[in-house]
Design a binder for this molecule. Structure first.
Ligand SMILES: *Cc1c(COP(=O)(O)O)cnc(C)c1O
Length: 332
């Protein structure tokens, strides 16, 4: 329960497709992921020429730096948020301008815009945000899209997109489409599709030019043949995804309610994890749970020393984590 992985196996159709793909791995994979891009294009309405597949969206996050950054540039990131953004900035010698999230854990759009200046070349905003779990309404993404200067690449990290839509959240592509400057939405099959192990993410780019910039900086065969086959088969098995989303909501609500009962203060989350302030140091809570065989994570941002993040698991995992926490927080 520490890496926001899906606790359920992937679609059986995807497993069959991956087994079959093993038979032909003497051949290189499709370097332009044709079948997968066509499927993503059909569902998202984004032209195939604007879709770039990555070895996980982790690869796309690093490549956003290759595309946009030079030493001395500024990258605006929310904090706490995904550690990959800081790594991206560090790799290219850029300076991170960290902007605290709102009290509800959502990206603070006004503060992000206030932090954006003439040296800003890249802005990362995750919705729902990891590790807090809150999402932005379309109006907030529209404000980012309109007011981030066109000299900066705006990346909306939608790793939890499917969870947001399932919770009644907005589609952000229409708001992004109205932006004058460069933008990209990053999504992944690692979370809702239960395919973290095969590393497939995709970039929906605001223009052909931007997609070509991402193409130029990537490795030639960046997504292996087994992964492409699995992702394509999983993409079409929406029943499987919906089953995962339904089960995730049930356990997420049990975890949040259980945490509140134990005196913790959870952020409102629509994603596959719950982050909460605990009455004790998070490092002690994490270590204590580990000795009980339960792995969770904690927030590393300054000021969040008492915050833990619990990934939604199976129903029995919810029982185990709440049981362990009851012991550690002296609530029995
Ligand atoms: C999990 C996660 C990613 C990385 O996803 P991969 O596709 O597995 O690399 C990116 N961004 C956020 C916010 C995440 O939580």
């Amino acid at each position: 329960m520490n890496l926001n992985e899906c606790p359920y196996p992937p679609s059986p159709v995807a497993v069959r497709a991956m087994r079959a793909a093993c038979e032909t791995v003497n051949r290189y994979p499709d370097p332009s992921w044709g079948a997968l891009v066509a499927a993503v294009s059909a569902r998202t309405g984004i032209a195939a020429s604007r879709i770039v597949v990555g070895n996980g969206s982790d690869e796309l996050i690093v490549n956003a730096g290759r595309v946009a950054l030079e030493p001395g540039d500024e990258v605006v990131v929310p904090v706490p948020s995904f550690p990959g953004y800081n790594k991206c900035a560090a790799l290219f010698g850029a300076r991170v301008v960290a902007v605290p999230v709102r009290d509800d854990g959502a990206v603070d759009v006004d503060a992000m815009l206030a932090a954006t200046g003439p040296r800003t070349r890249l802005v990362f905003a995750a919705t729902p945000n990891n590790p807090t779990g809150a999402m932005l309404p379309a109006a907030d993404v529209a404000r980012l899209a309109a007011a981030v200067p066109s000299s900066a690449l705006l990346v909306i990290d939608e790793a939890y997109h499917e969870f947001a839509i399932h919770a009644g959240g907005d589609e952000h592509l229409p708001a992004l489409a109205r932006r004058d400057g460069p933008w990209a939405s990053f999504r992944t099959l690692s979370k809702a599709y239960g395919l973290a192990g095969i590393r497939v993410g995709y970039c929906l780019a605001g223009s052909d030019d931007l997609a070509q910039a991402f193409q130029k900086v990537r490795a030639p065969f960046n997504v292996n043949a087994v992964a492409q086959a699995g992702a394509l088969a999983a993409w079409d098995d929406l029943d499987h995804v919906h089953g995962i989303l339904d089960a995730t909501r049930v356990e997420r609500e049990r975890i949040a309610a259980g945490l509140r009962e134990l005196g913790c203060e959870p952020f409102p989350s629509v994603a596959n994890f719950v982050t909460a302030r605990t009455p004790r140091a998070a490092a002690e809570v994490v270590a204590g749970l580990e000795t009980r065989g339960v792995l969770i994570s904690r927030l590393m941002a300054p000021g969040f020393e008492q915050y833990i993040r619990v990934t939604v698991g199976l129903p029995e995992d919810t029982d185990a984590v709440l049981d362990g926490l009851a012991d550690l927080l002296g609530r029995r």
